[in-house]
Design a protein around this ligand. Structure first.
Ligand code: DX5
Ligand code: ZN
Length: 218
């Protein structure tokens, strides 16, 4: 099922925010391929994290690509402010805005475009956009907070996405986010996911480098 190399993307939401730069450097040293940045607006999800100034500062010190996950009601309005600092920008399919147009604008502005789907949302909602994206983010928890339990039923979406990708000759990454540890990573990889977003599972691990190796199935 898995045709792409495994990418591990630590989510800084689980880091010590008073040491953000050092925490990112620690993850890079441990073998992180990307850094995953969770931007929350207090509307789309019931939490508030950080915005463009923090992403800008991280972009100055990061040595790996920044994967920016916008959990916002108006991603179409805010994405341009993250473009200069992000390698990939992921927007959600649930809010009411011009999704196709925003995906196109993200690419035109020079980042890759990701589309995210929450656990309760029907897969039909993303299906029409699969030929316009570089990454599909299948949320494996309801977004808003780290440290939640992996929802295994979401693997149906990962498998369906991998099937459609093969059928249509597409090339997008399949990313999972939430409750990922060595055991759930193995389930996600077997289902077809190749990008593993991990917060608690790496930041609180006694040995982050070992945790990242285990996530890859090594
Ligand atoms: C949840 C965020 C995740 C979160 C994952 O809303 O999108 O990126 O940080 O955290 P863990 O790995 O702790 O479940
Ligand atoms: Zn995320």
């Amino acid at each position: 099922m898995n045709s792409k190399p495994i990418i591990v993307a630590p989510s800084v939401l689980a880091s010590d925010f008073s040491q953000l730069g050092a925490e990112c450097a620690r993850m890079e040293k441990a073998g992180a391929d990307w850094l995953h940045l969770d931007v929350m607006d207090g509307h789309f999800v019931d939490n508030i994290t950080f915005g463009p100034p923090v992403v800008q500062s991280l972009a100055k010190i990061a040595t790996v690509p920044l994967d920016t996950h916008l959990m916002l009601d108006r991603p179409d309005h805010f994405f341009p402010r993250f473009i200069p600092y992000s390698s990939n920008i992921t927007i959600h399919v649930e809010p009411d805005y011009d999704i196709g147009g925003t995906l196109k604008s993200i690419r035109a502005a020079g980042a890759t475009s990701g589309l995210a789907i929450n656990p309760p949302t029907s897969f039909d909602k993303v299906e029409q956009f699969l030929d316009q994206i570089d990454l599909l983010l299948v949320m494996t928890v309801n977004p808003g907070f780290g440290g939640q339990k992996f929802i295994e039923e979401t693997m149906v979406k990962v498998k369906r996405a991998a099937e459609i990708r093969a059928e249509r000759g597409l090339n997008f990454h399949i990313e999972v986010d939430g409750g990922i540890y060595a055991d759930t990573a193995a389930i996600a990889r077997a289902s077809g996911a190749n990008v593993l977003v991990v917060g608690t599972g790496v930041f609180t691990a006694p040995d982050a480098s070992r945790a990242i190796k285990e996530l890859r199935g090594a």
